[in-house]
Design a protein around this ligand. Structure first.
Ligand code: OFO
Length: 164
């Protein structure tokens, strides 16, 4: 059985994961509208991954005898800037999510909730990946600057996500 505090934090995390999914889908829509289909696809896949993250928490709460209570999800941003500023935002958002996972983990340690620690280990590793991926693309975008041919090529490259 999850503690009252842990249940509240996990329900809160479901909201954050769903918002992540919503945010990245909005970024995908932006890239679609700006003729960058590779980035649009990358964001769409990212959005789907975030939905899976939310469902991992959803299932775990149920497995531990808790009740999932879904919360309101804010409207995501609609207007975005350049690809570089978008990936800056992605990295910032993922750093925020890492902070959230750390908060949950710290609570699990404080409560000697070993099952939640094991469950959260997957997310600790995932956040290392998430930050690494966002940083990698952001660094490339910084190198490219506003050279449109290079942005076009990078768009084709990131659009191959999941194909290897
Ligand atoms: Fe992007 O890792 Fe979940 O939120």
């Amino acid at each position: 059985m999850l503690s009252k505090n842990m249940l509240a934090e996990m329900n809160e995390q479901i909201k954050h994961e769903l918002f992540s999914s919503y945010l990245y889908l909005s970024m995908s829509a932006h890239f679609e509208a700006n003729n960058l289909p590779g980035f649009a696809r990358w964001m769409r896949l990212q959005s789907q991954e975030e939905l899976e993250h939310a469902l991992k928490f959803f299932d775990y709460v149920n497995d531990r005898g808790g009740k999932v209570v879904l919360q309101a999800i804010a409207q995501p941003q609609v207007e975005f800037g350049t690809a570089e500023t978008i990936f800056e935002q992605v990295l910032e958002h993922e750093q925020f999510i890492t902070g959230r996972i750390n908060t949950l983990y710290a609570l699990a340690v404080k409560e000697a909730d070993f099952a939640s620690q094991v469950f959260l280990n997957w997310f600790v590793n995932e956040q290392v990946e998430e930050e690494k991926n966002a940083t990698g693309i952001l660094e490339t975008l910084k190198m490219i600057g506003d050279r449109s041919t290079a942005i076009y090529q990078l768009d084709r490259h990131v659009g191959k996500r999941g194909e290897d």
